[in-house]
Design a protein around this ligand. Structure first.
Ligand SMILES: [Zn+2]
Length: 306
């Protein structure tokens, strides 16, 4: 239990301030951010610097730092259309990742039809050089995190506008105690299982109601269940996190999940009244923004690189 509480507190530190931002609509004609008045001011929030870098650092690919405090060298783009995937919210320019993440997503898309899932609608990965973002996530900074919509891909290519304005499917019932049986399907179990079974994947974050459904619905081998952890929100998409790549010595790993399925007391924790209805994160809440000096020193090179 002690280990579990520690995990929850640690994860809380990592992910608070990460609502279901896949639901924010984008624009087919996004306006570039205005240049910073004082780009060299050390007090500039790092998100203002990384949020203005639209192309990757031309360096050898490396994930640098921790999922919620780091950056990405040599980022690779996931093509916006693939055999079994389409990238959503193109205006966000967040389809960048470490090559291991891109390779993983292509593998998962390949397996999707066998899992009963038509294809992936891909939400945010990372910015071109990773780092903190202007909106949304606390993590997704090192190119090892990916959000996948809980909506299967339609059998046609979505238009630019649809990719900005279409909404993902909330699979959780209004009382948050379970999934909506009219929406939840065996294919949802299949695609989450297929992702969890990939050896590169270390953890997957889902709403507690989804974890409950997986605990109930998983058939046969259940050894993948321990990687799927309950978390706030995550009722429209699931969040996949892969481990530190071999080529990234300064990537800081997260302690592994416990080996238990997490279907007993750990899951019950999430259905206590005060946990199940966390206060909505206020968007105008004053947040402490990390500056470049809070990130690993190598992130300076990533920022200034060609
Ligand atoms: Zn995410």
């Amino acid at each position: 239990m002690k280990v579990f509480l520690f995990t929850v507190v640690l994860a809380g530190a990592l992910l608070h301030g990460a609502p279901a931002s896949a639901q924010d609509k984008g624009s087919v004609d996004p306006k570039p951010l205005p240049p910073l008045a004082n780009p060299d001011d050390p007090k500039n929030p790092a998100k203002d610097l990384f949020g203005r870098k639209l192309t990757p650092a031309n360096m050898q690919a490396r994930a640098i730092g921790f999922y919620s405090r780091g950056c990405l060298a040599g980022g690779m783009a996931l093509p916006v259309n693939g055999k079994n995937w389409q990238v959503m919210r193109l205006s966000r320019n967040r389809n960048w990742g470490h090559p291991d993440l891109i390779a993983f997503l292509e593998r998962l898309a390949d397996k999707a039809p066998k899992a009963g899932w038509n294809g992936l609608l891909v939400g945010d990965l990372a910015q071109a050089r990773g780092g903190p973002m202007m909106t949304g996530h606390a993590s997704h900074q090192v190119g090892l995190d990916a959000d996948i919509w809980l909506t299967p891909m339609p059998n046609r290519e979505l238009t630019r506008r649809e990719r900005e304005e279409m909404m993902a499917t909330n699979v959780v019932r209004a009382d948050k105690l379970d999934v909506d049986p009219n929406i939840w399907t065996p294919a949802h179990v299949g695609i989450i299982k297929a992702a969890a079974e990939d050896p590169l994947v270390e953890r997957i974050l889902v709403n507690a109601a989804i974890k409950k459904a997986l605990c109930r619905d998983a058939r046969g081998d259940r050894s993948w269940l321990h990687k799927v952890r309950p978390w706030y929100w995550h009722n429209y998409h699931f969040h996949i996190r892969i481990g530190c790549p071999k080529d990234s010595p300064s990537c800081k790993p997260q302690p592994p999940t416990t080996e238990s399925e997490g279907c007993g007391a750990e899951l019950a924790y999430w259905f206590q009244p005060k946990i199940i209805a966390p206060p909505e994160p206020a968007s105008d809440r004053p947040r402490k923004h990390m500056t470049l000096s809070a990130l690993p020193a190598e992130c300076r090179q990533v920022l200034v690189a060609e």
